[in-house]
Design a protein around this ligand. Structure first.
Ligand code: PEP
Ligand code: MN
Length: 263
C-alpha cells in the first residue's frame, strides 16, 4: 500500500491548514522537549516569525538514561497545544505507547513515532486505526525496506496519512551523532507515494551541520524538515548541542527558497 503504484499522484498529508506532500515545502520546528511555559512560548514565537509551519515539542522523551529528563507528559501536551494555537501553528509531538494515543490524538495535529519505536508493531497497528497524521521516523539501524514495512502497518489499518522521516542511521561513524542518508530520501520519494521529511537535528547532532544538511535535503526532494530550535539552547534539558538559536533558524529559513527554486 505504500508503493507509488497505489497512488501515482502522491499522498498529501493534512495537519490543520498545513498540507505536506503538495507544492509547498513544510518546516516543523521547535524544542526537543517541552520544558515550561516561557521556553515554549519564546521558541514558538521565534519559529512562527521565521516562517515555520508546524510547532514541534516532545512531552514523552525516549531518553537513553532512565535518570535523564523524561518529559512533562500530558500537561506539557496541553501547554504545547495552547502555545501552537496562540501562534497559529499546528503541533507535532511523539507518542511512545498505545495508551497515550487517545489524548495525543485529541490535542496533537501530527503524532510522531520515534526512531526507537519504528518497529513497535502494536503501536503502529493502533495508529492505523486513528484519523490523525503519523510521522514515522526511520529506526536507528533500519533498512529502507524495514522502514517502508513499518509504514505499511499503519496504512494497512486504514490510516493513509503517514509521513516518512529520515533522521540519520547508526554507522561506524562516531564524529556525527548519526549518518544522514539522503539517498534514502530520494529513494523513498521514488518508491512510495508518501511525503518524506528530513530531521537534520538528530541526523547530525551538531548545530553547524543543520543548515547545510537542510539545504541538501531540500535539493534531494524532501517535502519538509523537522528541526530542533530552542530560545536558549545552552539551557535546554534535552539535545541542546543540536538546537538552533532563533537567529540561526531564521538564516536557514531565508536560505531555503533559493535551493527549492533551483530543483
Ligand atoms: C525527537 O524527535 O525528539 C527524537 C527523540 O527523535 P528520534 O526518535 O529520531 O531519536
Ligand atoms: Mn531531540
Amino acid at each position: 500500500r505504500v508503493l507509488r503504484a497505489f497512488r501515482p499522484e502522491g499522498t498529501r498529508v493534512r495537519a490543520g491548514s498545513v498540507e505536506v506532500g503538495g507544492p509547498g515545502f513544510v518546516v516543523m520546528a521547535g524544542p526537543c522537549a517541552v520544558e515550561g511555559v516561557e521556553q515554549v512560548d519564546r521558541t514558538a514565537a521565534a519559529v512562527a516569525q521565521a516562517g515555520a509551519h508546524v510547532l514541534r515539542g516532545g512531552v514523552f522523551k525516549p531518553r537513553t538514561s532512565p535518570y535523564a529528563f523524561q518529559g512533562m507528559g500530558e500537561p506539557g501536551l496541553q501547554l504545547l497545544a495552547d502555545t501552537g494555537r496562540r501562534h497559529g501553528l499546528p503541533i507535532i509531538s511523539e507518542v511512545m505507547e498505545t495508551a497515550q494515543i487517545p489524548f495525543m490524538a485529541e490535542s496533537a495535529d501530527i503524532l510522531q513515532v520515534g526512531a526507537r519505536n519504528m518497529q513497535n508493531f502494536s503501536l503502529l497497528r493502533a495508529l492505523g486505526k486513528i484519523r490523525r497524521p503519523v510521522l514515522l521516523k526511520r529506526g536507528l539501524s533500519a533498512t529502507v525496506q524495514e522502514w517502508l514495512l513499518a509504514a505499511e502497518y499503519i496504512l494497512e489499518g486504514g490510516n493513509e496519512q503517514v509521513l516518512l522521516c529520515e533522521r540519520g542511521i547508526r554507522t561506524f561513524e562516531t564524529e556525527m551523532r548519526n549518518t544522514l542518508d539522503l539517498a534514502a530520501v530520494a529513494w523513498a520519494k521514488q518508491r512510495t507515494h508518501l511525503p518524506v521529511i528530513v530531521d537534520p537535528s538528530h541526523a547530525t547532532g551538531q548545530v553547524e551541520l543543520i543548515l547545510p544538511m537542510s539545504l541538501a535535503a531540500a535539493a534531494a526532494g524532501a517535502d519538509g524538515l523537522l528541526i530542533e530550535v530552542h530560545a536558549k539552547p545552552e539551557q535546554a534539558l534535552c539535545d541542546g548541542a543540536q538546537a538552533l538559536t532563533p537567529e540561526r533558524f531564521q538564516t536557514l529559513m531565508q536560505r531555503l527558497p533559493a535551493v527549492l527554486d533551483a530543483v
